[in-house]
Design a protein. Structure first.
Length: 368
């Protein structure tokens, strides 16, 4: 039996690449009740960056150091390459450690379901970092749906597109398919989760996957979902879009909502903005009051025909995931993301790959 959790909760982070350094560590450090205690990385440059970013955290070379002394931490966050998610999560659960896995939870729904069952059997918390649920634009769509501003939604269009004719390299673009590379895993896991989160289970899946730049994995993909609710979701992900489509276009019986541009958090995490030119104030960082606020010039529009009005974008904050994690560990609150949702997303991605490979629509009975 594990001892009571420490105060603050001691977090071990596995991996300090882009995911670990930009999307996890800043929010862990900024969340009351959490402390970034240990980071697993053997890369000298990443260790140097960790020492500069979070001098209070210690670095260890391998995750075995965590499993050998499980009482030293209260939760493990896995931000390693996709192929390592399942073995690392399984090792954490075997050590009795609560675990957060960056999306996707696994490479297949069967692997994900086995992890969820293992966590249930051991009575150990397992959750998945579906951080895009806390994008400001998605929160805005949720607000419009809750307010009935759109009427009955018929079609939900969602895109993650970029123009990158020359590959950057790295396992996401150049790894073998069995490593979990490609856009369907990388971005589709967000887009499918968002669509299902908004509109419920899915009965039919159609997909297309292409390799436009001669890579071993897809860099241009499309997924169409038919929800049991009657909504149709059309989802695009591309690295070769020379002109970008709208991030969201939601068509309802009363009005439509159209939004361009990505949530502001990712750019701020990857490359923080310069200081404010007049006051010299630094840009907001995770935990600051202005974090995730979008300027008015980027707001989307709501309306029909020529009668359109700008809609303020909700303030996004991936930190809500970690605040909910702390509450789950300390107070027994529900996890920030039900791992069963992540398994359902994987099942839909499995169906999408099958659809693309076979050139047909895949029916799901019962709905997923």
């Amino acid at each position: 039996m594990r001892p009571p959790p420490a105060d603050p909760l001691r977090v071990a982070l596995v991996g300090y690449g882009v995911a670990g350094a930009a999307f996890h560590a800043p929010f862990i450090a900024a969340t009351p009740g959490l402390r970034l205690a240990t980071v697993v990385t053997r890369d000298p440059a990443r260790r140097a960056r960790l020492a500069a970013d979070h001098p209070e955290a210690r670095a260890v070379a391998t995750a075995d150091a965590l499993w050998d002394a499980p009482a030293a931490h209260d939760v493990v966050v896995i931000a390693a390459p996709n192929r390592a998610h399942v073995p690392l999560a399984r090792a954490a659960l075997d050590a009795g450690l609560p675990v957060v896995v960056d999306k996707p939870l696994a490479l297949t729904a069967a692997e994900g379901a086995a992890l969820v069952e293992g966590a249930r059997r051991r009575g150990v918390l397992l959750t998945v970092f579906q951080n895009r649920r806390w994008d400001g634009d998605l929160l805005t769509v949720r607000r419009l749906l809750a307010d009935g501003a759109l009427g009955a939604v018929a079609r939900f269009e969602s895109r993650f597109e970029r123009w990158r004719p020359q590959p950057k390299g790295g396992w996401r673009e150049s790894g073998a398919p069995e490593e979990g590379g490609g856009l369907l895993y990388d971005l589709g896991s967000h887009l499918v989760d968002q669509a299902r989160h908004l509109f419920g289970p899915v009965t039919r899946v159609y997909a297309e996957q292409d390799r436009r730049r001669g890579l071993p994995v897809d860099d241009d993909a499309f997924v169409a979902l038919t929800h049991a609710s009657g909504v149709r979701s059309h989802l695009w992900m591309s690295a070769v879009a020379a002109q970008l489509g709208p991030r969201f276009r939601v068509l309802g019986s009363r009005a439509a909502y159209v939004k361009h541009g990505l949530d502001v958090q990712e750019a701020a995490l990857r490359e923080p903005a310069p200081r404010e030119p007049t006051t010299g104030a630094p840009p907001p960082r995770p935990g600051d009051p202005g974090w995730g606020a979008e300027p008015e010039a980027r707001w989307g529009t709501l309306g029909a025909g020529d009668e359109l009005r700008p809609v303020p974008t909700e303030r996004g904050d991936y930190g809500h995931f970690y605040a909910a994690l702390a509450a789950a560990l300390r107070d027994g609150a529900p996890p920030p993301v039900d791992p069963a949702d992540a398994v359902a997303t994987l099942a839909l991605l499995d169906a999408a790959r099958r659809s693309a490979a076979e050139g047909r629509t895949v029916a799901l009975d019962p709905p997923v």
